[in-house]
Write a protein that binds this ligand. Structure first.
Ligand code: C5P
Length: 212
């Protein structure tokens, strides 16, 4: 295996890429960055200050303040923050500031796993391995519903599915860095897989790509 490797993981919301990224980072002893949290942090700052999500000047200010060492997953994982994040993520100036920070992270001496929407295409086009993780919108909605119910909440499947489809449209349809697989990405459809099967498939892809 090369001394320092970079693994890029992209895909739509709810495909399981976050869990895969964490498992791969643990397995290969790599630093991990969930780049979605950086867009969520910008959205969260705007919401907290009561600024509109299309206020470009304040969004730029917020993006400059994002500190990769202090991303509070608990606060940032709220559903509303994810929705808001996909709105600030269309602002090119915000993307540029966050991408610079993400690229600096990717240079971690021990190597890194980054997951998001544009890692293989924009942030780390030279990554050693690129994975594009997908699952059908219905399966992703079902997983989200199960997660909400496991946490004692309740929600309706149709509403969740509509949210997922809307977020996919926003992420694939934006002009700057839309969600799409890099030409050299390995596609991994997890619709029919549980997390163990997905992890094992991802590990096979990485090992093959690294030639070990
Ligand atoms: O992955 P997560 O759901 O946390 O991402 C929230 C939003 O941030 C996404 O819907 C997307 O619009 C944006 N995002 C992005 N580029 C990334 C990661 C996330 O545009 N690399």
């Amino acid at each position: 295996m090369p001394a320092s490797i970079t693994i890029a993981i992209d895909g739509p919301a709810g495909a399981g890429k976050g869990t895969l990224a964490r498992r791969l980072a643990d397995y290969y002893h790599l630093a991990l960055l969930d780049t979605g949290l950086t867009y969520r942090a910008v959205a969260h700052m705007l919401i907290e200050k009561g600024w509109p999500l299309d206020d470009v000047a304040h969004a730029i200010e917020a993006a400059k303040l994002v500190d990769l060492g202090h991303l509070d997953r608990k606060v940032l994982s709220a559903h509303a923050v994810g929705e808001a994040a996909s709105k600030v993520a269309v602002i090119p100036e915000v993307r540029k500031i966050l991408v610079d920070k993400q690229r600096a992270f990717a240079k971690a001496p021990q190597g890194a796993v980054l997951d998001g929407r544009d890692i293989g295409t924009v942030v780390c086009p030279d990554a050693d391995v690129k994975l594009y993780v997908t699952a059908s919108a219905e399966v992703r909605a079902q997983r989200r519903l199960a997660e909400i119910e496991a946490n004692g909440g309740s929600a309706d499947f149709t509403g969740i599915l509509a949210d997922i489809v809307r977020r996919d449209e926003r992420d694939t349809g934006r002009a700057d860095s839309p969600l799409r697989p890099a030409d050299d990405a390995h596609l991994l459809d997890t619709s029919e897989m549980d997390i163990e099967a997905a992890f094992s498939a991802a590990r096979d892809i990485v090992d093959r790509a690294l030639g070990s």
